[in-house]
Design a protein around this ligand. Structure first.
Ligand code: ZN
Length: 319
């Protein structure tokens, strides 16, 4: 489908700090309108505001054919479940059990709606328009306030019992690193070691302010490389895309961060996985930032809406 052939849809990137809402057909000029709301602690009021904004945009740009929501989690993705479309166990105040999809379906009856994790959404966006085009097997990781991972295996978004929780994998302790981690559930899991808040707590200052030679960068990057190697061992992805704010790396800079991460990955892998994709040159295409940049999330929500719309028009949607 070209951008022109794609229907106009409503998209919501539902993040832990902000909700980005858009109406459009795809990235760049494909986005006709967008806004953002603070996530706050009152999901009922927020979803009412989101629905009203989307409804107003229909008056401006014409009817939307589908909705897509790419949400922070954990979320219930089981369509047969009574709590499908809701947040589940978050420690975020006001959001335990919060219904994200229900109010939207009520506000736009009869319109198909796609719902998935923020990272699976971003993965689908990158597969459709960005750094994962043509790849059936890849991982998309976001590292910011938290760490999450999604992606595809055999051309299908990764789902299962619930959804992947890559950010909570355990990691080996690096020599000299005695940081206790910040995850309230696991302490030193990947998120507890490498998220933005973890870097800030470890260093005693926000990541943006850290000098490029601060040891917190080395510990963070080595732990990140271990996590990437674990993903490479378990899922055998053809590419790992790293989005989110941590990769921008403040004064260290994004290019230097990726160079160090690639080198640390090769060091951790110790030559074990035999593929030219992981050699000196190949690694530059194996560990990459998202092509859609900071629009990966909202474009992912658009792609989820298009996927739901395709199911509906193909006649495979029981609704
Ligand atoms: Zn954890």
């Amino acid at each position: 489908m070209t951008l022109h052939e794609r229907p106009l849809v409503g998209a919501i990137e539902a993040g832990g700090t902000k909700f980005v809402c858009a109406v459009g057909r795809g990235p760049g000029e494909g986005i006709l309108a967008r806004t953002r709301f603070d996530t706050g602690d009152d999901p009922v009021r927020l979803m009412r505001e989101v629905g009203a904004w989307l409804s107003d945009r229909q008056n401006e740009h014409g009817p939307i054919a589908a909705l897509g929501v790419a949400s922070f989690g954990p979320v219930d993705l089981d369509e047969a479940s009574a709590t499908y479309g809701r947040v589940t166990t978050t420690p975020k105040p006001g959001w335990q059990g919060a219904d994200i999809l229900g109010p939207l379906k009520a506000a736009f009856p009869g319109i198909p709606a796609g719902f998935d994790t923020d990272v699976n959404g971003a993965a689908l966006g990158e597969a459709t328009w960005g750094a994962a085009r043509g790849l059936a097997d890849f991982v998309y990781v976001t590292a910011g306030t938290g760490i999450g991972g999604g992606g595809m295996a055999g051309g299908r978004l990764l789902h299962g019992l619930v959804h992947p929780e890559m950010g909570h994998m355990g990691l080996p302790r690096i020599e000299g690193d005695d940081f206790a981690g910040t995850c309230p559930y696991h302490g030193r899991c990947w998120e507890g070691l490498c998220s933005g808040p973890a870097i800030a707590k470890r260093a005693g200052m926000p990541a943006e302010s850290l000098p490029p030679d601060h040891p917190a960068w080395d510990f963070t990057i080595h732990s990140m490389a271990h996590a990437f190697f674990n993903l490479a061992c378990v899922l055998s992805p053809r590419r790992i895309i790293l989005g989110g704010s941590v990769r921008k790396a403040g004064q260290l800079g994004e290019a230097a961060f990726f160079d160090k991460l690639r080198a640390a990955f090769r060091n951790t892998a110790a030559g074990y996985i035999a593929s030219p994709a992981l050699d000196d040159d190949g690694i530059r295409e194996f560990i990459v930032p998202p092509s859609l940049g900071d629009d990966a999330g909202v474009c992912g929500a658009i792609a989820l809406a298009h996927a739901a719309w395709e199911v509906r028009v193909s006649g495979n949607d029981p609704a």
